[in-house]
Design a protein around this ligand. Structure first.
Ligand code: UN1
Length: 498
């Protein structure tokens, strides 16, 4: 059955002004069309922005705990539809079903977490230097947010952004990836069913090249949050810098796992497989480098080779599948090209390395799980984001060398160390230059109750998700209120001298 997805503007599901549609396919079998969705243009953006503007004035005045109740109900609805939506994630995006369900679970977790934030929304109250005067700060919304999201977490990432934005009292326009329109629609349907007032969340489908920048720079938009490629994110940062518009970007990663000679190697092996090949390597947190102590380098590479060759590539809806397809022909070509570059650079292709030739994979975008050894830290495959099931094994001489290798890239999202030595793990924790560090666990699987964000070129430094320094810092702004109830002119820094 082909789903007929629409835009959602001012509380109504409508077609694009042009009347045209595009389609999304199942990347495991592209003969299957999953959904049709409106091919929106600039007129549709104008409509969505004006709906969000109108809704904002009322929404910002609704008490945050009431806003939270709507999010709570949305979370309950997502739980009821978890199976169905998880399967949709697998069909439209390709990740294996356990991960499709995990994607929806991350949205559910975020709904409940942000619902609770509605009862906090903390500012601060501090003592005044003057009598009969008080000083406090409060959190207020920005207004209208443009949210631009990728296909790799097609419900979780829109949920991170929408729920944080609306609990703070903003209204939003979501522009999801054109690869996964139906997943975005499923999330917005849950909000509609939860009783969200019309216009608070608007959903606009269509090509990023045509409407992305137009939406982000629209005069009716106040702030922007983007997750996606470095190229698109950096273009947006440049355009928005010129108009002083707040923007948060989450972009690439070149995440690494250090495996020390005292590590539990079986555990490290599982962590590397999960980090490198989970979601077919299509996470910003994916482990695309393993930095292995020289004493165990050859034996660990051999363990990895054997385990990698056992992974079953296939349709994520099949029970025995370990690794699903990649999202599109464009991504497949890019990954295969990087593999060629690795071979040309002189790395040793240990296993994998091609588009799959299995019969069951003939109609989808499948890349064999690929392992490179003898990779030096300056090779392109060791420094550039590949975003596919490709992992590079790099040798190191000791912990300092390992940490230096991990840090010697432009990205800084996630890193991990496997070691049984508490001092080594503590030094890694201190010295790794990434927003997220894992000890004896893989680079993927951040939980939503703490901030999620990268350093260096991985993003703008405005993390997503919960916790101190997390998303609320970006989706709200601080207003400082001084109230003087003395009934006379009191001059700060002057009348408090004695
Ligand atoms: C992403 O790849 O953009 O930490 C998000 C993780 C997931 C989120 C990944 N919770 O791997």
């Amino acid at each position: 059955m082909i789903l007929k997805v629409k835009n959602f503007i001012a509380g109504k599901w409508i077609d694009a002004v042009s009347g045209k549609d595009f389609v999304s396919h199942n990347p495991a079998d592209i003969r299957e069309t999953v959904a049709t969705a409106p091919l929106s243009g600039k007129e549709d953006v104008d409509l969505a922005v004006s709906a969000a503007r109108d809704a904002f004035e009322k929404w910002r005045l609704m008490p945050a705990p009431r806003r939270g109740e709507i999010l709570y109900r949305a979370g309950e609805i997502l739980i009821r539809h978890k199976r169905q939506t998880g399967e949709l994630v697998t069909r439209e995006m390709g990740k294996v079903l356990a991960e499709g369900l995990g994607d929806v679970q991350e949205a559910i977790d975020m709904a409940f977490f942000m619902a609770g934030e509605g009862r906090r929304m903390q500012g601060e109250t501090v003592a005044s230097e003057l009598p009969d005067k008080d000083c406090k700060s409060i959190r207020v919304p920005h207004g209208v947010f443009a949210l631009i999201t990728p296909w790799n977490f097609p419900t979780a990432i829109p949920a991170w952004k929408i729920f944080a934005a609306i609990i703070c009292g903003n209204s939003v326009i979501l522009k999801p990836s054109s690869c996964t329109p139906a997943c975005a629609a499923a999330l917005v349907e849950a909000l509609e069913a939860a009783g969200l007032p019309p216009g608070v969340v608007n959903l606009l489908h269509g090509p990023g090249e045509v409407i992305g920048e137009y939406l982000a720079t629209h005069h009716g938009v106040d702030a922007v949050s983007f997750t996606g490629s470095c190229g698109a994110g950096e273009r947006l940062e440049a355009a928005l810098g010129k108009i002083h518009r707040p923007v948060a970007t989450e972009m690439g990663g070149k995440n690494a796992i250090i495996v020390m000679n005292d590590a539990d190697l079986e555990l490290a092996l599982e962590g590397v497989l999960w980090g490198a090949f989970g979601t077919s390597g299509q996470r910003c947190t994916a482990a695309s480098r393993v930095v292995i102590h020289e004493e165990i380098y050859e034996s660990f590479v051999e363990m990895l080779k054997i385990a990698t060759e056992k992974l079953v590539l296939g349709d994520g809806l099949q029970n025995d599948t370990d690794v699903g397809p990649v999202i599109s022909e464009e991504q497949l070509k890019k990954i295969v090209e990087y593999i060629r570059i690795g071979v040309d650079e002189g790395a040793r292709l240990v296993t994998g390395g091609r588009q799959s030739r299995k019969k069951e994979c003939a109609h989808g975008y499948f890349v064999e799980p690929t392992l490179f050894a003898n990779v030096s830290k300056t090779m392109r495959i060791a420094t550039e984001e590949i975003f596919g099931p490709v992992v590079c094994a790099i040798s190191c001489i000791d912990l300092d060398d390992a940490i230096a290798i991990v840090n010697d890239v432009d990205f800084g999202l996630s890193a991990a160390i496997y070691s049984r030595d508490v001092n080594s793990t503590a030094r890694a924790e201190r010295d790794l230059q990434t927003g997220i560090v894992y000890i004896n666990a893989s680079t993927i699987g951040a939980e939503i109750q703490l901030p999620f964000g990268g350093w260096k070129h991985s993003g703008s430094g405005h993390p997503e998700a919960g916790g101190r320094g997390g998303a609320l810092e970006f989706y709200s702004r601080i207003k400082v209120i001084y109230r003087d109830y003395s009934g006379r002119l009191q001059r700060a820094q002057i009348d408090n001298e004695n």
